[in-house]
Design a protein around this ligand. Structure first.
Ligand SMILES: N[C@@H](CCC(=O)N[C@@H](CS)C(=O)NCC(=O)O)C(=O)O
Length: 207
């Protein structure tokens, strides 16, 4: 028995970051996988299960539904070592998470999506792909600078900000076509996150 149900998209980094956090926390949950452009996700939209129209959504025992991956991460990690209480530390962690949504995800994840989903292929014009490549390398350079002299993004220990940024960064090369040989500090950080006890891969979808 579990009090949590996660509606998540198996192929999506936004959903993966929540599945990964739940695994690292060792929290059991029921999983409902809804893949892109399937009758099941259309039904979820029609039934109003997705409060802001997107996945992931975490449903609590009282049927409260929490949308937005980073809001879910904060909900799950409150009162754990992954989310600091100290206001300065908290601001540092949340700053990286807001940065992920407003600078990183819209470039790194979008280029990967244009290369992954057939239905988006017509949007992947050479001009757009070149622009996303350039912007993505700039975003990754920003992370590289930080990680060149920090083991973890926000604090001197792993926090929920690392899990948030890891989701799309770890596959930026394989899925998004970014040149990860330029970013040794990011690659070392990816290895550190992957070595955290309880880590699961994007492909490790619960039954
Ligand atoms: N800012 C949102 C973005 C969520 C989002 O874009 N979800 C996509 C998958 S990555 C989705 O639900 N697509 C399905 C649809 O729009 O029908 C978050 O972080 O949760």
């Amino acid at each position: 028995m579990t009090d949590l149900t996660l509606y998540s998209m198996p192929s999506s980094g936004n959903s993966y970051k929540v599945r990964l956090m739940l695994a690292l926390l060792g929290r059991p949950y029921a999983h409902v996988g809804l893949e892109h452009e399937t009758p099941e996700i259309e039904k979820a939209h029609a039934d109003g299960i997705l409060p802001l129209g997107k996945l992931p959504v975490l449903e609590l025992a009282d049927r409260t539904r929490i949308p937005e991956s980073d809001a879910i991460l904060v909900y799950l990690t409150k009162d754990t070592k992954w989310l600091p209480e100290d206001p300065n530390e908290l601001a540092e962690v949340l700053g990286w998470m807001f940065w992920e949504q407003n600078q990183h995800e819209g470039v790194i994840a979008v280029r990967a999506a244009l290369l992954t989903y057939e239905s988006r292929a017509h949007l992947a014009t050479p001009e757009r792909m070149a622009e996303l490549l350039e912007r993505g390398h700039a975003v990754l350079s920003f992370m590289e600078t930080r990680l060149a002299d920090h083991d973890w993004l926000a604090l001197d220990r792993p926090t929920v900000a690392d899990i948030c940024l890891y989701a799309y960064t770890h596959s930026a090369g394989t899925k998004g076509g970014f040149d990860m040989t330029r970013f040794p500090a990011i690659n070392a950080w990816i290895d550190r996150v992957a070595a955290l006890p309880g880590h699961i891969r994007l492909e490790d979808i619960p039954e």
